[in-house]
Design a protein around this ligand. Structure first.
Ligand code: EPU
Length: 419
């Protein structure tokens, strides 16, 4: 298997471009299933999760054309089957995002249940319950969600928990339902807003995106669209933490500072100098070590769980005692044990990682079981003495486009070793 080899200790300097957001591109590709015509989605990041989604759509008979810039044309007009097999869903939970569109547009969907995953139990009961309330007949048998309906009807849905893909699935389904759907306690993540914007451009009537109440008036049909996905705020945040840890000055272009206010505030608290423009963020770190910070994850606009592991890495080398509390997922600390192997002084108390920063981590062979945890180990490797070998980097390739190329462009000593 491929690995990343990192020689730590170099500051980061220069400029890089941020890619399109994975968690926007995935629902938007699924939304293209709702249209009566072809859509062209631009600024899709070149990632394994996107390849998996294309495989999923391709198996259904959806026409796909990709150009050299990863702009993807999705044409659902010759769809043959409304089926998401276990083999694909087990590698990418976001496959569940086809459930709402398939059911709303074609009246049927057979989608494998995702099962547990490395960061928690992650059920999909909110997706299923919401669709049932909209009139779908849903059975779960042989590990599959088998959903059928004539035409979904609008309903008032109150989500027990804030769920990003749950909100997205139900919002997509509601666009073609008969009547009005209200989703209370909806997720407010920028990726939900991006999807709502895209749906509205397709002819949907979604209002309230970015607040916790979404109102969707169902329409008879949706058109194909040309749409640009928004920048990846988690990729942006990950590189910012890298500079805050390694020192130096880096400008990230093609991003949007207002998408990550909670993260920028914590970076400033850690001692970084942050300046921003409409579509760029520059971070400079002149202190020898960052200051440890306290972080509490929460749904947007709170501090994102997808940045939690990276801040654990920052606290590991910071001066002082840091605390990172995870409230969204129940088991998202797989990186802690690996960081301990690199010399971090960190312990877990319930859902809180408490660390006393050390002046120097030491390189080690490490691996992680999820995407953001793997990224945090790369960050630790950038500041550790000696060599860090990150295994199982297929996790990183699910969510970071060319991570070693972008970091090398900033002066890091990092290479991919072939299998
Ligand atoms: N939950 C339920 N029932 C449901 C749905 C969710 O109990 O039906 C629980 C989950 O188990 C979790 C909480 O609700 O404890 C929130 O989960 P959510 O549904 O919001 O997560 P998700 O939609 O499955 C998306 C992102 C994740 C990100 C989370 C939280 C996509 C494709 N994935 O997942 O991204 O961590 O929201 O912000 O949008 C990543 O990119 O690395 C990643 C894991």
């Amino acid at each position: 298997m491929e690995r990343l080899i990192i020689q730590g200790g170099r500051p980061l300097e220069g400029e890089i471009r941020i890619s399109g957001a994975k968690n926007s591109a995935l629902p938007i590709l699924a939304a293209a299933l709702l249209a009566d015509g072809a859509s062209r989605i631009d600024r899709i990041p070149h990632l394994q999760d996107i390849t998996t989604t294309m495989e999923l759509l391709g198996q259904m008979g959806v026409g796909l054309t990709v150009d050299e810039h990863m702009n993807i044309e999705v044409d659902p007009r010759d769809i043959r089957e409304c089926y998401a097999p276990y083999e694909l869903v087990k590698t990418m939970r976001a496959s569940i995002l086809v459930l709402g569109p398939l059911l709303a547009r074609y009246g049927q969907a057979d989608v494998s249940l995702p099962g547990g995953c490395a960061i928690g139990i992650r059920p999909v009961n909110l997706h299923v319950d919401g669709l049932r309330q909209m009139g779908a007949n849903i059975e779960v048998e042989n590990g599959y969600i088998r959903a059928r309906c004539k035409r979904l009807r609008g309903a008032r849905l109150v989500m027990d928990l804030v769920s990003v893909t749950g909100t997205e699935n139900l919002m997509m389904a509601a666009t073609l339902a008969k009547g009005t759907t209200v989703i209370e306690n909806a997720a407010r993540e920028p990726e939900v807003v991006d999807l709502a914007d895209c749906l509205n451009r397709m002819g949907a009537r979604v209002s309230g995106a970015g607040t916790d109440t979404l109102v969707i008036e169902g329409v008879e049909k949706l058109n194909g669209v040309q749409y640009n996905v928004l920048p990846d705020r988690i990729e942006t945040g990950t590189y910012l933490v890298a500079v805050a840890m390694a020192g130096g000055r880096v400008k990230l272009k093609d991003t949007r500072p207002e998408l990550l206010e909670a993260v920028l505030l914590k970076l400033e608290e850690a001692g970084a100098q942050v300046s921003t423009g409409e579509d760029w963020i520059e971070l400079g770190m002149s202190r020898e070590r960052p200051r440890a910070v306290k972080v509490w994850t929460a749904p947007y606009p709170g501090f994102p769980t997808d940045m939690q592991a990276q801040f654990c890495a920052l606290n590991a080398v910071a001066s002082g005692v840091g605390m990172v509390t995870e409230t969204v997922f129940e088991n998202r600390f797989m990186h802690i044990l690996e960081m301990q192997r690199m010399g971090a002084d960190v312990r877990l108390e319930g859902r809180t990682a408490i660390s006393t920063g050390v002046a120097q981590l030491t390189g080690a062979p490490v691996m992680a079981t999820d995407l953001r945890a793997s990224a945090s180990l790369v960050l630790a490797g950038l500041v550790a003495s000696g060599e860090t070998l990150v295994h199982r980097i297929y996790h990183i390739d699910r969510g970071y486009e060319c991570i070693e190329e972008k970091l090398a462009q900033l002066g890091a000593n990092i290479r991919r070793l072939p299998r």
